[in-house]
Design a protein around this ligand. Structure first.
Ligand SMILES: Cc1cc2nc3c(=O)[nH]c(=O)nc-3n(C[C@H](O)[C@H](O)[C@H](O)COP(=O)(O)O)c2cc1C
Length: 147
């Protein structure tokens, strides 16, 4: 089992509506290929965590990297993992559009990373703690659109 985290910048025409449309297809593909993970969209930037079979993850990342709906794709971390963090999520998604107390902590973690353009913050998207927090907070809302 393998995981990969990257960040990127969305092109101006690729907004929330387009992202949700893209996610419909992405989740079908991910389900077929046993890929799970989480996509965060904040202030026009993406941070995505992808996990699954190493070859499948790398093949998918190769496609994602060449996708012209975003630019400046930069890998933040990749590693072998014992088990999945996002077992039942074929790509959880959060764009922080809602005003919601439960998401405040995650927004804070994400914004401090995106705003400062820093890789030294701890926790940051390279850490398991960051994604466990994301999972916990997104789980609270799993009854609607975030699965
Ligand atoms: C930020 C971002 C995240 C994406 N995440 C996924 C994903 O998790 N799974 C997926 O199949 N496609 C994802 N895509 C779409 C792929 O880049 C690509 O369009 C898709 O795999 C279809 O490729 P194909 O038409 O060459 O088969 C993502 C695209 C972007 C811009």
């Amino acid at each position: 089992m393998f995981s990969l985290v990257y960040r990127s910048v969305a092109t101006p025409v690729f907004g929330r509506t387009q992202i949700k449309e893209m996610l419909g297809k992405a989740r079908q593909f991910n389900q077929k290929n046993k890929i799970t993970g989480c996509l965060l969209y904040y202030k026009g930037e993406f941070i995505q965590y992808i996990e699954g079979n190493q070859i499948k993850v790398l093949k998918l990342f190769d496609k994602i990297q060449r996708d012209n709906r975003h630019t400046e794709v930069e890998i933040l971390s990749h590693s072998h993992i014992e088990g999945r963090e996002f077992k039942e999520w074929h790509m959880a998604y959060e764009d922080f559009a809602r005003d919601n107390d439960d998401l405040q902590f995650l927004r804070l973690l994400t914004s401090s990373f995106v705003d400062s353009n820093s890789k030294t913050l701890d926790p940051n998207p390279t850490s398991t703690y960051f994604w466990r927090t994301a999972k916990r907070l997104l789980n609270i809302h799993s009854s609607y659109r975030y699965r």
